[in-house]
Design a protein around this ligand. Structure first.
Ligand code: AP5
Length: 194
């Protein structure tokens, strides 16, 4: 199965992606983790994007596409992927579709984790205190949430009219969210296999 997760910061994309990947035997690919690794390792890409990450702005599309191309292609050839954090804009979705369709790697379903703003802020600030992640401050989280509203939310409509969109209430305990997600994805898998 090839799916992607759409949700604002703190909605649980990373948390649920790990569980989805394990359940369906597919590869978890997190754009934010891959970009943060470049920063931590001080690569030339990392040096060019650190400021974007720290401000909570989107990294330029070309950089993101370069970082993701290989892992997405490899995962498509070995059972599928759950993409966490990509695409972030309709432009990224369209560019990825053009590349992926020639490789038979295009996405089959999008999953939206819906969580209210107060809970998102609570989760992200709690993580910031625990881990010191640079973009988990009050000022930056407000900006990241606005970036989501302005640039990423339009993807919900985009996928609802294309490959399909499932929305799950992500404001429940982690296990309950996972249960809902997996039940709904099993249904999708049966349709894809039929
Ligand atoms: P990214 O790393 O993708 O961050 P994000 O989308 O802001 O998401 P988060 O990691 O904050 O949250 P999440 O939804 O994964 O939730 P999580 O499971 O971690 O992106 C960071 C930056 O990279 C961007 O700002 C941008 O600069 C750049 N970037 C990335 N992709 C890009 C792209 N495609 N294009 C351009 N730029 C890009 O959970 C959050 C916390 O909540 C955790 O502590 C977790 O334990 C807790 N939690 C999770 N679920 C629950 C639950 N059900 N109940 C209670 N707590 C929960």
């Amino acid at each position: 199965m090839r799916l992607l997760l759409i949700g604002p910061p703190g909605s649980g994309k990373g948390t649920q992606a790990v569980r989805i990947a394990e359940h369906f035997g597919i590869t978890h690919i997190a754009s934010g983790d891959l970009l943060r690794r470049h920063v931590a390792e001080g690569t030339s890409i990392g040096q060019s994007i650190e400021e974007y990450l720290n401000r909570g702005d989107l990294v330029p599309d070309g950089v993101v596409m370069d970082v993701l191309r290989k892992p997405v292609t490899a995962a498509s050839r070995s059972g599928g992927y759950v993409l966490d954090g990509f695409p972030r804009t309709v432009e990224q979705a369209e560019a990825a579709y053009l590349v992926a369709k020639t490789l038979g790697a295009s996405v089959q379903i999008a999953l939206h984790l819906d969580v209210d703003r107060a809970e998102l802020v609570r989760r992200v600030l709690a993580r910031g205190q625990a881990t010191g992640r640079a973009d988990d401050t009050e000022e930056v989280i407000n900006h990241r949430l606005q970036v989501f509203e302005d640039h990423t939310r339009p993807l919900l409509d985009y996928y609802a009219h294309r490959e399909g969109l499932i929305t799950v209430n992500g404001a429940r305990p982690v296990d309950e969210v996972s249960w809902s997600v997996i039940v709904q994805l099993q249904r999708v898998q049966r349709q894809l296999d039929a």
